[in-house]
Design a protein around this ligand. Structure first.
Ligand SMILES: [Zn+2]
Length: 418
């Protein structure tokens, strides 16, 4: 299967792109090659697919449910009781809706953390997108629950060998207030043995930091450092409350960080994300939307704008977090966090890319494409999405989208009602 994109703009220059199988084979003007599919790229710009480095896909079912609440009451009253009722089919349809929304807004890969992982995997396989799926893991400081958690991780890891190359397995210990130190250390050892990534929510709220100091005598990052589990296999979602020494601990260990601006603002978690300091220390920082009940969409174009404006706002400095830096975080850095050879439009990289419709007010005039994409546009500017060398969306249409929305909405209403 080959695709030839003719005359598309790559950062202001018209070019052709030849895709062969899952990879970009050639990027240059006037490629003279036959291809199974030819796409007219004129009045379109090509970008690497956006990478959403922290979300909970099936939480699309809770979109708009339990808004305007603080994190802990929201989790305890609205989310956890309803999540306990979720069936595998609910998760499947919620994840299908999430994949649909991500593809429509230019995301080609995401890092998920949720329950009933095989249902999400089935949705991802069918929708054609790429995902690193971490299974949510808890023990609530209970040794029996920890043993159940370990068995579950082993089982899901063994099953993950059946997935296609687009779907990979990771472990998702929820947070330091729901997962004990011994279980975190076991997860780290298992991750090391099998080279599996880990993602954890960390240093998200002031309350979490205070509780961590009370319970463990240390702030969250120092606590993980003492447990010995900071590593290049670990990414932390949020990382709002980290000091200079903790940033150095993250940098020295190769731990990655995912910034979730919409979630941090909506839940009132905090705004002072130290992007510039982390960047300077050499930490790979990605952008995430977080789940749909705290963001409330999966639009990475919007997330880029929020990340940039939030950083400029709290520092009262318009020169930080440029459009180019944020775009890099949402593409190349995201791909690095997911461990995929993507995030660049160059020969040899995975053919995960999007064509942006330039016939829109947001790209008129088009003095600077990346500026318009980050600051002026939103996810609806995406016209065509290709992942793993296959066309998932063309002319803003995805096959079966009406059915996915209808079924997911129906299940969401029933879930809340019962
Ligand atoms: Zn989250």
């Amino acid at each position: 299967m080959s695709i030839l994109i003719k005359g598309v703009e790559l950062f202001g220059e018209a070019t052709d792109i030849l895709i062969d199988g899952a990879f970009i084979k050639q990027v240059e003007k006037d490629i003279k090659a036959e291809a199974d599919t030819v796409i007219d790229g004129r009045r379109k710009a090509v970008i690497p697919g956006l990478v959403n480095t922290h979300t909970h896909a099936a939480m699309t079912l809770f979109r708009g449910y339990g808004d305007d609440m603080a994190l802990m009451p929201w989790l305890e009253e609205k989310i956890w009781p309803n999540e306990a009722k979720l069936t595998a089919d609910d998760v499947y349809w919620g994840a299908k809706l999430a994949c649909l929304e991500m593809i429509k807004s230019g995301t080609t890969a995401f890092y998920d953390m949720y329950h009933k992982l095989p249902a999400t995997a089935r949705a991802v396989e069918e929708m054609g997108i790429r995902a690193l799926l971490s299974s949510a893991c808890f023990d609530h400081f209970n040794t029996e629950e920890a043993e159940i958690g370990k068995a579950h991780v082993k089982k899901l890891y063994a099953e993950s060998t059946n997935y296609s190359s687009r779907v990979k397995y990771a472990i998702g210990p929820h947070a330091i207030y729901t997962v004990s130190g011994p279980l975190l250390q076991w997860i780290d050892a298992f991750s090391k043995e099998h080279n599996i990534p880990i993602q954890i929510h960390l240093a998200e709220t002031k309350g979490e930091v205070a509780d961590s100091v009370n319970q463990f005598g240390l702030t969250p990052v120092r606590y993980l450092y003492r447990l010995g589990i900071l590593s290049h296999r670990l990414s932390i979602a949020h990382g709002v409350y980290v000091d200079e020494e903790e940033i150095q601990m993250l940098a020295d260990s190769g731990t990655q960080v995912v910034h979730n601006p919409a979630s941090n603002m909506k839940l009132g978690s905090g705004v002072e994300f130290k992007f510039a300091e982390m960047f300077k220390a050499g930490i790979t920082v990605g952008i995430g939307t977080d789940g749909c009940s705290s963001s409330n969409n999966l639009d990475m174009v919007e997330a880029m704008k929020l990340a940039s404006l939030l950083g400029k706002g709290w520092r009262r400095n318009p020169e930080v977090l440029t459009a180019d830096e944020i775009f890099h975080a949402a593409t190349a850095s995201g791909a690095d966090i997911l461990g995929i050879h993507a995030g660049h439009i160059e020969a040899g990289y995975l053919a995960d890319l999007c064509l942006i419709d330039l016939n829109l007010p947001a790209f008129t005039p088009n003095h600077n494409f990346v500026s318009n994409l980050v600051y002026a546009a939103n996810g609806s500017c995406v016209d065509t999405v290709i992942c793993d060398g296959k066309i998932l969306m063309q002319n803003k249409k995805i096959p079966g989208e009406e059915e996915i929305m209808a079924e997911a909405a129906q299940r969401a209403y029933l879930l809340i009602k019962n």
